[in-house]
Design a protein around this ligand. Structure first.
Ligand code: ADP
Length: 202
């Protein structure tokens, strides 16, 4: 079995920046957010199930009408449960398939909800990219042009930094330049290579 490193962090903490660095080291990265979009693409069984569960209004030109669905589940909490009962197993199955198909010394599973969802069950070790709320807001607002208020709301509903720190095996504080982030990832990468090798030889 491949050694899987879970990579997580709050919005704007630097998860994607860290993932890209791992990719430059030849490590395959599976992104839970990307998988979540893939499983509801046209032709996927999950989209058919969503269509059957909610009706025609949930499609727009054959694609998932995300906005309409978002508004619907916001108004009806039971609908969120219905949706998640369809998407969560599909996401999990696809993540497992992609992790198994990966051919690198170890694999990274990057997910903003690693600890909140059951995705940490799929990993051997977890790395938290941590940053102060001030930096999270600054970076996320520069990246997506979202308002500070919107980002604050997202941070509020995410698991607290303290809780994440407690659950993580390794923590990188992304509080400087990108070079500072990469310099902290380098020794961890060496460590993961060793752990992956040890696991293989058992
Ligand atoms: P996440 O994936 O955790 O939401 P990103 O990796 O996308 O966060 O980082 C948010 C934004 O901040 C991106 O535009 C990224 O390039 C930038 N960024 C991340 N880390 C740093 C850093 N150490 N110095 C400067 N900019 C950074």
């Amino acid at each position: 079995m491949t050694f899987v490193l879970g990579l997580t962090g709050g919005i704007g903490s630097g998860k994607s920046a860290a993932s890209h660095w791992f990719e430059t080291q030849g490590i395959v990265v599976v992104d839970a957010d990307v998988v979540a979009r893939e499983v509801v693409e046209p032709g996927q069984p999950a989209l058919t199930q969503i269509h059957q569960a909610f009706g025609d209004w949930v499609l727009l030109n054959g694609e998932l009408n995300r906005r309409a669905l978002r508004e619907h589940i916001f108004k009806e909490p039971a609908a969120r449960k219905t949706l998640e009962a369809i998407t969560h197993p599909a996401i999990r199955q696809s993540i497992i398939q992609q992790l198994q198909a990966a051919r690198s010394a170890y694999v990274v599973l990057v997910s903003p909800l690693l600890f909140e969802s059951n995705q940490h069950e799929l990993t051997q070790r977890n790395l938290l990219i941590d940053a102060s709320e001030e930096l999270q807001i600054q970076r996320a607002s520069q990246r997506d042009g979202q308002s500070i208020e919107q980002i604050r709301k997202i941070i509020q509903v995410q698991m607290s930094r303290a809780d994440k720190r407690q659950r993580a095996d390794d923590i990188v504080l992304n509080d400087g330049h990108l070079e500072h982030l990469y310099a902290q990832l380098q020794p961890l990468h060496q460590h993961y290579l060793t752990l992956a090798q040890q696991q293989q030889s058992v």
